[in-house]
Ligand binder design. Structure first.
Ligand code: NDP
Length: 287
């Protein structure tokens, strides 16, 4: 039996439409959410991301503020800009596009963002809030994965989940979110022993490794839900971390690459900006 494709593109379009309706409702209260995106340098992939973030922000009716700084900008100048954005009531969300040039201290820059405007969810305060069950800003990519999982599986309580990857932006927050939903979670990484056998236990398998076709079909438990976070540029085009063509014959449901997790990331950035706006105005979190 071939796995059901999990259509992240359609889900993300639907999420953006819901956000746009919320933005209209906020406008009636005289509120327009604003997202500031800061790009330092000319990294081509980052430029593409920043452009599409700006476009999608405007499409849902939010204000987009783009700040492009030259690669040689000093850290103090960037921190000044962040301080101004923190103080600006028109700005509800602040995102500093990573990676930063090598002369900058990434942790110090992220640490300078007002945690309540930290729509990437990378500030240590948000990491701590998520880990301790408090209201947090949650990193966009794992939040998108969680939405797809809940949509597919409903209640995740008691499910066996394996997350391959322990990065701060994907693996670790993904594990925290699954734990928050009462899944039984194992985090695997490059030192994990007998990864294939571990993966075979997973009803939910998340691959966030960064290696093309790393997860093989015979690692997958029949009927499992597989979320492929990987984006790997190969001669054959963009491919995920899962050997998709073979995995499809074993899994119960699987995200394609492209068109799976990718589109969810920016949609969740907009969702986080909406949440930050609601909280800043003393309104309940949007559904
Ligand atoms: P990182 O490189 O930061 O982390 C990769 C993780 O994979 C590490 O924890 C590493 O383990 C683990 N790993 C590497 N090799 C192996 C191995 N042989 N066996 C088991 N684990 C291994 O990557 P990111 O988390 O930033 O990103 C992961 C992937 O997701 C990338 O392809 C990236 O492009 C993609 N991505 C996609 C996004 C989207 O919007 N769809 C957003 C963000 C990322 P260790 O810690 O031991 O080194």
């Amino acid at each position: 039996m071939t796995a059901t494709p999990i259509d992240g593109k359609a889900f993300a379009a639907d999420l953006r439409a819901r956000i746009a309706r919320e933005v209209v409702a906020l406008a009636a209260r005289g509120i327009t959410p604003g997202l500031a995106v800061v790009l330092v340098g000319e990294d081509p992939a980052s430029q593409v991301y920043v452009r599409s973030k700006g476009k999608q922000t405007r499409e849902v009716g939010m204000n987009s503020y783009e700040h492009r700084l030259p690669a040689e900008t000093g850290e103090a100048e960037l921190l000044d800009l962040i301080a101004r954005l923190n103080a600006d009531p028109a700005v509800n969300g602040i995102l500093v596009q990573l990676p930063l040039p090598a002369h900058m201290d990434e942790a110090a820059v992220i640490g300078a963002i007002d945690p309540d405007k930290d729509v990437d969810g990378f500030h240590v305060l948000n990491v701590g809030r998520l880990a301790t069950g408090q209201k947090a800003m949650v990193p966009c990519t794992p939040l998108g994965c969680l939405m797809l999982l809940r949509d597919r599986l409903g209640d995740l309580s008691g499910r066996r989940a394996v997350v391959i990857g322990r990065s701060n932006i994907v693996g670790k927050p993904m594990a925290q979110l699954l734990l928050r939903d009462s899944a039984t979670v194992t985090i695997a990484h490059s030192r994990t022993r007998d990864l294939p056998q571990l993966c075979r236990e997973a009803e939910i398998l998340i691959a966030a490794v960064g290696r093309a076709h790393f997860v093989k079909a015979d690692w997958i438990r029949p009927g499992a839900t597989v979320i492929d976070v990987g984006i790997n540029r190969t001669e054959a085009g963009l491919v995920g971390d899962v050997d998709h063509a073979a995995a499809r014959e074993v899994a119960g449901a699987i995200t394609p690459v492209p068109g799976g997790v990718g589109p969810m990331t920016i949609a969740c950035l907009l969702a986080n900006t909406l949440t930050a706006t609601a909280r800043a105005n003393g309104l309940p979190d949007p559904e």
